[in-house]
Design a protein around this ligand. Sequence first.
Ligand code: ASP
Length: 292
Amino acid sequence: LGLAIHGGTGSFLMKDIPSYINSIYKDFFRNIIDVNYDLLIKGEYSLNIVEKVIIEMENSSLFNAGKGSLQNKDKLVSLDASIMDGKRHLYGSIFGVNNIKNPISVAKKILIENEGCYSAEYISKQLLGEFDFVSKKYFSSDKLWLKLLDSNNYLSNKNGTVGCVVLDQKGNLASGTSTGGLVNKLSGRISDSAIIGSGTYANNRTCAISCSGYGESIIRNNLAFYIHSIISNKKVSADKAVKIAFKTISQNLKYNVGLICIDKFGKVIIHQNANSMLYAYKSKHFNFNIFE
Ligand code: ASP
């Protein structure tokens, strides 16, 4: 069993991050991993852990997801999230919402109630009252994570998406991703984070993946599903499949792209072509590891 989380790729260099900020992120990651790893040991279902982890990240305001989300061209937030259950092969996805505290929970609800669909409107029409709704003000509070970018050109650092991949005791894989999307994005743009097979994918036969980075590159290559299909068609390890995928599509990856992957054996792979990626993971065979 095991879990991995990410807080997005970035174009900042880790060495430029002030050490007090580095510690805040590391403590946050360590704590999430410890608490949720224990739950996995107790037998918790992978999909529930993915949701729980991402809720914490969405609420933290440490990332470009949930509370910490950045604004689009019209100075509004527009949140996307998706989740996938590798056992039942079901997914849920919600995009373009601006009044919901935890998009990942809506995505999960869609997975459970509809056995999978994409939804833009679902939330306002059917779920009113079931979720925590928030006002614009909720998203405009101080975003600590933006301080990560102080030393750099703000606009060239567009990332901070969150994601989680899990393998539970019973061998069930699950994956989820949540984002505020690219800063200054077109209104109405939907990111890879909402698209199954691009930013999020899980299949018990192979692996679970959550991506971050420039969404158009990820979508164009259907990156998460591409890796799954390399594993299943070529019968190679997830590690190898990730490398093959990045090599094959390298010309199409003009901008930052990164991902976390856990395979059906609990092996975690972190891969990126960005300057940095925030991540941490722990698995039965590979212990604890965190970004440097
Ligand atoms: N993939 C996200 C998007 O394109 C951004 C990110 O991962 O930072 O909106």
